[in-house]
Design a protein around this ligand. Structure first.
Ligand code: C2E
Ligand code: CA
Ligand code: CA
Length: 635
């Protein structure tokens, strides 16, 4: 910004400097020619003088040629010009025509000067000329001038001087106006958003730093609303960016209106800064409102509510009604210091939380949210480090046949032994990996390593199924079935020994595409199961559309079988009845007690896994368990 605002004067002074270079060289050349003419006429005094001048100008020209310092170059040129003109006046030049040369020389010099130095140069010349012509100093003049010539000369000189100054004055003023406009434009560019005309992030941050200490001293609450439009991108996708822009402008206007209405109610006396100055557009569809005089934090909620109300029944912009909403994060504070204010960050975090909970709502920043954010940041960085050093391993949880109590399958479960993920299990780091786009790498790693382990287990006689968890993200990965096929082939494993588990909630989110991916997986010859069944919202009639082989009843249902409220038990019974209709196998997860197991077995559950039988085991312990089972079978 600073650099830009200096650009204009630089251009101007550079232009003057170029002009100076041109004039100096022309001047030096002319003087050289005159001096040679005079010398040839044996007019040695004038010729010598002109030669000396031309050499001095040449010297100055050579010295300052590369400096681009027009100020210094001009001063030196001015001094020379004064002396040159005075010389012409005193000597009369050749045939007493010297003073005629003074006019063009002076005009040209003045016109390349800036106002101040032109005033000094011209003024000095007028003054000295007057003294020389009309006082006893005229003894110095060797030329012969009549009174009329002298007067005419001084009058003409003074007029030229005044005209030059007026010209320069107007030029300078015009330049100043242009510069002011230029600076204003730059200011606008740097501090205002071009689309809505609202202050931008830069200027909002400056404002925040200014206002925060003031609020502190007045012991008022300072509130910040962070607004992000939900589904705004669909407007761009459906109607193009122009409509999207129009919507943003309309929203900015209505936001100004909403906040201003509140301004009148809250202040009444019109004192203080305008509230519309407390709005800003930070980026894209993100806006903020600074509430600098809250009596109570709840007032911020009321304003947020009013902003949300604008979206009731759709948001109208450009003649269209768009089904969009907003998510608003609110941070309120009383004791903040301007520099370290975390208001903006906190409000953004709260906004993200509002978005996560489905949008079209507001959310206050709380300690609880900050804990969640802190933990997810910790998990995020730990996960990156763990992926970097591939610090993962698998444990295996046996799955039992309820009737024979034989191990019919094992579920591979991911663990990390990286210190930064200590105490953090897959139920926490897998969702982070999903949201940060690292899950595909992890799923691949698990598949590769689990299948590798399966070849070892098959060599010692294991003929059960290996169950691998697949992230919902793979339902959008066209290549996933290919990856599975390739990995199976690489390890030479018959696909019937692989079962892929997909959580029910992931499936509900996206129907057509997911079903297609599942169908392609099934075509490979592997089996599929719906994990955590009962936690999603699958309409049972939809089950027929999912090409799955089994359902895994979620742990929470098993845990609730004997609770007072019998809804969970009923749900388990319904699931088992449905399984019969749809010919699905049922696995009960999280079986921890003998009672639970007996009950599930009696109502027809096919398989079970849980702490009652075994916790997830490292591969060495799994091998021992499998061997033990083989031995006891053979007895
Ligand atoms: P899930 O697929 O439902 O896995 C079962 C979870 O329940 C496992 O937790 C297991 O240790 C636990 N569990 C099983 N029986 C019992 C029991 O009787 N009592 C109790 N208290 N817990 C039991 P884990 O290993 O912490 O995994 C949690 C979740 O993380 C998994 O739920 C799965 O959604 C995800 N996950 C684990 N490994 C992977 C993986 O390799 N890839 C992907 N995409 N997700 C994975
Ligand atoms: Ca699972
Ligand atoms: Ca599960």
């Amino acid at each position: 910004m600073k650099k830009l605002s200096h650009e204009l004067p630089d251009i101007r002074s550079h232009k003057r400097f170029q002009l100076w270079k041109l004039l100096s060289s022309i001047g030096a050349l002319l003087l050289l020619i005159f001096s040679l003419v005079n010398l040839a006429d044996q007019n040695y005094r004038l010729g010598g003088m002109l030669l000396a001048f031309s050499l001095v100008i040449l010297l100055i020209f050579l010295t300052y040629r590369r400096s681009d310092n027009s100020g210094r170059a001009m001063t030196s040129l001015n001094i020379i010009i004064i002396f040159f003109c005075l010389y012409l006046l005193i000597s009369g030049g050749r045939d007493n025509t010297g003073i005629l040369w003074i006019y063009p020389v002076l005009i040209t010099t003045l016109s390349v000067n800036v106002f101040r130095s032109a005033a000094i140069t011209g003024g000095t010349l007028v003054l000295i000329s007057t003294l020389l012509l009309f006082t006893p100093l005229s003894d110095f003049i060797t030329a012969e001038y009549s009174q009329t010539t002298a007067t005419r000369f001084i009058v003409t000189l003074t007029l030229l001087y005044i005209i030059s100054l007026i010209g320069l004055h107007y030029e300078q003023q015009a330049y100043r106006t242009i510069q002011a406009m230029h600076n204003q434009d730059l200011h606008k560019l740097a501090y205002y958003d071009g689309l809505t005309g609202l202050p931008n992030r830069n200027s909002f941050k400056r404002k925040l730093a200014r206002i925060v200490p003031r609020t502190h001293s007045k012991h008022q609450y300072l509130g910040l609303l962070y607004i992000d439009l939900d589904n705004f991108h669909t407007v761009n996708d459906l109607y193009g960016h122009q409509t999207g822009d129009q919507l943003l402008v309309t929203f900015a206007e209505s936001l100004q209106h909403t906040v201003r209405t509140r301004d009148l109610v809250a202040k009444g006396d019109g004192e203080g800064e305008s509230e519309s100055g407390n709005l800003a557009r930070l980026a894209g569809d993100e806006f903020v409102v600074l509430l600098s005089d809250l009596k109570h934090p709840a007032d911020a909620a009321a304003i947020a509510q009013r902003i949300l109300m604008q979206f009731d029944g759709g948001f109208e912009a450009g003649g269209l009604v768009h089904p969009i909403h907003a998510s608003i994060g609110i941070a309120v504070s009383q004791n903040e210091s301007g520099e370290e204010s975390t208001l903006l960050r906190d409000a953004e975090v709260a906004m993200n939380e509002a978005k996560r909970s489905g949008g079209n709502t507001f959310q206050f920043f709380t300690d609880e949210i900050s804990q969640i954010v802190y933990r997810s940041q910790k998990i995020e960085s730990g996960l990156s480090e763990a992926i970097e050093s591939k610090s993962f391993h698998l444990v295996y949880m046996p799955i039992y046949d309820c009737q024979t109590l034989k191990i019919v399958g094992i579920e591979a479960l991911l663990r990390s032994n990286h210190p930064s993920l200590e105490g953090i299990g897959p139920d926490e780091f897998i969702p982070v990996a999903e949201s940060k786009g690292r899950i595909k790498w992890l799923d691949k790693w698990v598949l590769e390593n689990a299948l590798h382990e399966l070849t070892n287990l098959q060599q010692i006689g294991f003929d059960g199924v290996l169950c691998v968890n697949m992230s919902g993200a793979e339902l959008h990965t066209d290549k996933y079935p290919q990856i599975v096929a390739k990995t199976l082939k690489k390890h030479g494993i018959n696909p019937k020994y692989l079962e892929i588990e997909i959580t029910e909630t992931a499936l509900v989110a996206d129907n057509v595409k997911s079903v297609d991916i599942l169908r392609r997986l099934r075509e490979l010859g592997i089996t599929l199961s719906l994990d955590d069944f009962g936690t999603g919202y699958t309409a049972f009639s939809q089950l027929i559309n999912y090409p799955v082989n089994s359902l895994k009843i979620d742990r929470s249902f098993v845990a609730g079988i004997f609770s007072q409220d019998d809804t969970r038990r009923k749900m388990v019974e319904i699931i088992l009845n449905l399984a019969e209709i749809y010919k699905l196998r049922i696995v009960a997860e999280g079986v921890e007690t003998r009672e639970q197991f007996e009950y599930l077995k009696n109502i027809g559950c096919h398989y079970a896994q849980g702490y009652l039988f075994s916790k997830p085991l490292p591969v060495s312990e799994l091998v021992t368990l499998l061997e033990y089972q083989r031995v006891s079978e053979s007895i």
